[in-house]
Design a protein around this ligand. Structure first.
Ligand code: SF4
Length: 225
């Protein structure tokens, strides 16, 4: 909203030939609750990656949450980018997740329909691969297709490839809910996410829940009642 307001302000004030710069955005963001909330918690997760270790990180994050509230002059950072932290499948064990019960937990596609996600079919694709060979040569054989696991919208599917009897990556870009996980987490940074045209994507006011009982449960849990 702040970005949109800054863009609107810049457009309203600019003449036709002028380059638009939404210069008020930086200041309004810094003055907003978004900035102060994020600043207060900036050291929580990175504190686990300091020489303090796991238990030191736990102690620091507890202290920071309860007393310091981020009002310290230092800022910790993560030593490794997220995409390099993904382990190859040879070092992982398969996790058996409980199946959705249809009351308070639902399958992925049911949840996706509730986001009201929609993209115009003939718009330029907003998800591309830098190298189309990487899914077959690295992501599937070494990591067991992580994009098909972390994507919350079923965008990435490994399907049978009749050409060689193996698997190939199919990208269902119209399902994307714009979380940008793939852009950040892909092991070789091969996925390029750009903003889709035309305001497509998840709706701010998604369609009402189909399951009224589930909605009541969810709201009760949210309210702690
Ligand atoms: S941005 Fe999120 S929802 Fe969209 S394709 Fe990437 S992981 Fe899936």
């Amino acid at each position: 909203m702040l970005a949109a307001e800054a863009a609107h302000e810049a457009i309203s004030k600019a003449s036709e030939k002028e380059t638009l710069t939404p210069s008020s955005y930086d200041k309004t963001l810094r003055d907003s609750w978004v900035y102060s909330e994020l600043k207060a918690v900036r050291n929580i997760r990175p504190s686990f990656h300091t020489p303090l270790g796991l238990f030191g990180g736990l102690a620091y994050s507890g202290l920071d949450t309860l007393f310091l509230r981020g009002k310290v002059p230092w800022t910790f950072s993560h030593p490794t980018p997220d995409h390099l932290a993904t382990l190859p499948k040879s070092q992982c064990e398969k996790i058996e997740y409980p199946k959705p019960d249809g009351k308070i937990s639902f399958d992925l596609l049911t949840n996706l329909t509730r986001s009201g996600t929609n993209h115009e079919e003939d718009q330029p694709i907003h998800l591309t691969l830098r190298d189309s060979k990487v899914p077959k040569s690295i992501n599937w054989p070494e990591f067991d297709g992580p994009e098909g696991r972390y994507c919350p919208a079923g965008v990435y599917e490994y399907v049978d490839d009749p050409a060689d009897g193996g698997k190939k990556l199919q990208i269902n870009a119209q399902n994307c809910i714009h979380c940008k996980t793939c852009d950040i987490k892909d092991p070789t940074q091969n996925i390029n996410w750009v903003t889709p045209q035309g305001g497509g994507g998840p709706q701010v006011n998604p369609r009402p829940y189909v399951n009224v009982h589930a909605r009541e449960l969810t709201l009760q849990q949210y309210n702690g009642t």
